[in-house]
Design a protein around this ligand. Sequence first.
Ligand code: PMP
Length: 308
Amino acid sequence: MEDAKLSERIAYVKGRFVPETEANVSILDRGFLYGDSVYDASRTFGGQPWHLRAHIDRLYLSCRYARLDPGMSADEMESLTMELIERNRGVYVEGEEFRINHWVTRGGGISSAATHTHGAHTLVIFTLPMDYSRYAHGYREGVPSVVTGVRRIPPECIEPRAKVGNKMNHVQADFQAQEAGAWPIMLDMNGFVAEGSGYNCFFVRDGEILTPTDYNCLVGVTRTHVIDMAKELGIPVREMNLTRYDLLIADEAFHTGNSICILPVSSVDGTKMAHGAPGPVTKRLMDLWASQVGCDWAAKSLAAIEGC
Ligand code: PMP
């Protein structure tokens, strides 16, 4: 869009770059009607996309699972995304961080129509400014978390490794946690820790990092990065079945996701983490990541909410 104002974000919708205010998807789109969609979300550091290809690769795995066709190769998707980012450069100030979102839905259809697996699928890509307001304070003092009664939908029903558009399972967990002013930790149907409503969960006990296996959670790009960093720091990591007991006796805990990065947890169900928040292991991981990307993302988020 040559004439779009530089102050307005540009989105990519069904083959066209359009100003965000003109970006529309039909009311008959099955993504809107039935949550018949997949998506992925990534972010920037210093205004540059971080692990974009890993997010695009996961999007394509989600598409294969859901039998959705983005209508282009992963290479093309990556180039298109970089083009969108360049077209939005004038909107974000130098070094400002933003989110990068990809959505693929099954497109038009009504409930009586057979679920089609080919063609006419909707692809939307857009960017959004980071909103640190909900979590930035947690980098300093941690966020309280609770184990919700709402369980994670099991893999037999919907595969947790696929990032699917219907988030009602997580939304219900969020509602329950918000009642307690806390962040949700969901168990699976066997009572083992699964994940949060939009993040993976990690615990530290006796110097070892513990996290659920990928049987019952999304394989977060951040989760993988944290495991890699732990290896680099020589900190042992174990993927295992964890129960609520393991959470209550943990020394430290933190959540991971593309927006929050590593968010320290202060307590689980009111029981304080023995080594505080952020605990020393959590802090080492946060510091290594900040030095890797040349961006103290925790300080940046805090500064943003404190208006510095
Ligand atoms: N679990 C769920 C349910 C999520 O929505 C997310 C956020 N994408 C994550 C975990 C963390 O994934 P990532 O580190 O790739 O953002």
